[in-house]
Design a protein around this ligand. Structure first.
Ligand code: NCD
Length: 311
């Protein structure tokens, strides 16, 4: 039961919690397909959507989810650089708390800040991505999309490819995949892996060619240039050689496999320009690309969370 709880990281959710979120998302998908895409479920609740980092899909996805449930929403965007870390975000939270909000959604560049705020706030907090720590709603919409694509989860082989070191999406997803019975391989060069990579307890490869024929799910991570304090990879050419999904590699994927990416895609880095263009224009190729589905399912997952926490 997640009623009244904060959603900070995947370890805070039981398998039953995850199942109930996914099942409830299915009923909200149905609402989203109606002509009038709105239900009165959260009327009278006020939600604060606080984004201290740029975001297109996550911020708008939460906003649409709250509005479809008839909650009132306060949007707050700020770049972290203009705020003094720690103290000033807590001042901001206290100010907004004074306005009697029922729930906070927070994205911030400091790892762990959502946990801190959830201890202080006295109302539920949803982590919409905190630094390099976690991004639990992304992992929920991803597992939903996988279950929808395959009709099952147990035993599927997933390869997570790219900038593992700086990725909160990867950190949430490896925990999610383990909990739900998928077999995970990380594909990343040593310089984009944590120094204690063995502690991950996962199989590690250094080239996408090692997994391309076997994986049911190829999960491409965004190269996190903004979270890299120094240059982590020699050149884009080098990245393309070992890690990018291009048209040739795409054609060696397994028959029913799928391609995922949390977005936004750095075209020409994680996925080649040519393949991205083909995915836009060729139906047969587009069938394997679940990036659009991830976005659509994200709204239903966030509606389910808001409903289960506040309803
Ligand atoms: C991810 C994020 O910002 O964490 N995008 C998203 O929320 N859809 C992408 C990433 O930076 O890994």
């Amino acid at each position: 039961m997640i009623r009244g709880k904060s959603i900070i990281e995947i370890d805070g959710l039981t398998r039953e919690d995850i199942d109930s979120i996914l099942n409830s998302a299915t009923s909200f998908i149905e609402v989203l397909e109606r002509k009038v895409k709105k239900v009165p479920t959260l009327r009278g609740n006020t939600i604060a959507n606080l984004f201290f980092e740029p975001s297109t899909r996550t911020k708008n996805s939460f906003e649409i989810a709250a509005k479809r449930l008839s909650a009132d929403l306060i949007n707050f965007s700020a770049s972290t650089s203009s705020l003094k870390k720690g103290e000033s975000i807590i001042d901001t939270i206290n100010t907004i708390l004074g306005m009697k909000v029922n729930l906070f959604i927070i994205r911030h560049s400091d790892s762990g800040i959502c946990r801190l705020i959830s201890r202080l706030a006295g109302v539920p907090v949803i982590n919409a991505g905190d630094g390099k720590h976690e991004h639990p709603t992304q992992a929920l919409l991803d597992i939903y999309t996988i279950r929808e694509s395959f009709g099952k989860l147990e035993g599927l082989k997933v390869a997570i490819v790219g900038d593992f070191l700086n990725s909160r999406v990867a950190r949430s997803n490896i925990k999610m995949f383990k909990k739900m019975g998928l077999e995970t391989t990380i594909v990343s060069p040593t310089m984009l892996l944590p120094e204690d990579e063995a502690s991950l307890g996962l199989e590690i490869e250094h080239s996408i060619d090692e997994v391309i024929r076997e994986a049911d799910i190829i999960y491409m991570l965004r190269m996190q240039f903004e979270r890299q304090a120094r240059k982590f990879y020699p050149s884009i050419k080098e990245y393309n050689k070992f890690l990018s999904l291009d048209t040739d590699r795409f054609f060696s994927l397994k028959e029913n496999s799928i391609v995922m990416h949390p977005g936004p895609v750095n075209r020409g880095i994680e996925i080649s320009e040519e393949l991205m263009d083909l995915a836009d224009s060729n139906k047969e190729i587009a069938r394997k690309f679940k990036i659009g589905k991830q976005v659509t399912n994200g709204v239903a997952i966030r509606m389910a969370l808001l409903y289960l926490i506040l309803g």
